[in-house]
Design a protein around this ligand. Sequence first.
Ligand code: ASP
Length: 574
Amino acid sequence: MRTHLCGDMRTSDIGQTVSVCGWVGRRRDHGGVGFVDLRDHSGIVQCVVNDDIDVRSEYVLRVTGTVRERLDGTRNENLPTGEVEIGDCVIEILRVATPPPFPIDERADNVDENIRLTYRYLDLRRERMQRNLRIRSKVNAAVRNSMDSQGFVEVETPMLVPSTPEGAREFLVPSRKEPGSFYALPQSPQLFKQLLMVGGVDRYYQIARCLRDEDLRADRQYEFMQLDMEMSFVNQDDVLDAVSESVLAAAEAVTGERPDPIERITWHDAMNRFGIDKPDLRFGMELQELTDVFANTEFKAFAGAAAIKGIKVDGGAEEYGRNQLDKLTDKAKSAGAKGLVWMKTTDEGFDSPVAKFLSDDEVVALRLAMDATTGDLILIVADDWEPTCEVLGMLRNEIGRPPVHEGPYKYVWVVEFPLFVGRDKETGNPKSGHHPFTMPHPDDIDKFESDPMSVRSIAYDLVLNGWELGSGSIRIHESELQRKVFRGLGISDEEAERKFGFFLNPFEYGAPPHGGFAFGLDRLVAILAGEDNIREVIAYPKTQSGQDPMTNSPIEGDPKAMEELGLKILPRVD
Ligand code: ASP
């Protein structure tokens, strides 16, 4: 139907007879002649028509005409096709259209998101969304190419599965054949990919759909896509190298530039320096160690604290008035801090409610430790090591973090995560940092009984601009060690057999040492596309409250289907 795409027309095409197809964008009439912007996925071209022709917004047209140079003064430098137009147009109306509820251009960025999602098919016609979908497709293709050229085999795994071990709430699918029994939708292909290793596949990957019933946020949807992979006979370096290769290839495919090799930091250093396990390395404001500075302090809130640390806001003294400092203090408290001490650096020392408690030596030592000069604001927290780090990490992000998509892109591997993180509120048992099949660090095996919370694991995360892109680990392939970890988690041999027997018994037939990783494609694509929310790079996302306003789902179950499934809805208890 067409010889050219709208956005491709250039001065080199002048004189040619062309046919283009697309939708009517803006239209302007000037005494006898009309100018219609015809739009397809590639861009816009101006078509000159008689002003009596009845074509309206979003009509679908085929236009045949001659490419000509625009007259002086009518060129549009902002448009790639802005030097030319199509004249002598013959118009075929392929489909009339109802006027759209919002303009199909950048003005729709300000339209309520519910409306955009109700008419997602119109929203998708816009340049921004077309661009995002195409970036996504480029990332998928680059990832596939990279995995393929590294010898990985793409294998699909089922969507109707038993429970998987990521620890999020799952979506359940009732079985019609066995009323009262349910499949789960996969939180990840974890169990199946490990069994592929037992099955001798050696290197597996899949662009896999994963489903987790968690509260939705800017970087979270019920359904999301992961590059999921697993490798046999490898150590951590092998996995990190393979994943880095595919992520960097994807980034290069979008930006045209290959990012630098990805740095590594241990979990402990990430917490100690940035107060978070997904550090944003685009800005400084690192946590500084002050425990020694206040070793002999008279100030009660600091005396005896296991860890005292501070961050410095360059030149922040003036910017942060009493009101804002109170707000920061409230935030610190709701994040678990006992309090927040602020100090404004002055020529003489510090301006702070606690300045009077500081000795002269402490003033000098604090200035030095924080590398503070007059006008800087210092925020200090004193507590146990982890809460001290976490609260300051939260404040650091709050004060200094740019929007996620802003350059430069800073990738970082966080390695040596703790094996156990926190304890179950009911049972008091430690919880898995990653999942229960994660290999403990060989140097820490003897601390299992004496100090379980300090046992490190061979688990690693990939972080980009403060967003966790993904996680992975070297897995336990040996049953004695697996039992030990289960016991550490408070899972008895019987319970392990019941829950994971179908998964672990096959290991008895010869599980190779193996490890893997999965990273979220939606998050990577959003950042590379310059978006702050993964909804913008997903064709049909759910709203924050989990609805799809275009299809009105979720909808009430059909009574007949419910009966067949043996389901009855109980009254809601809130
Ligand atoms: N299944 C894990 C996840 O989705 C990743 C992995 O361990 O490979 O977080």
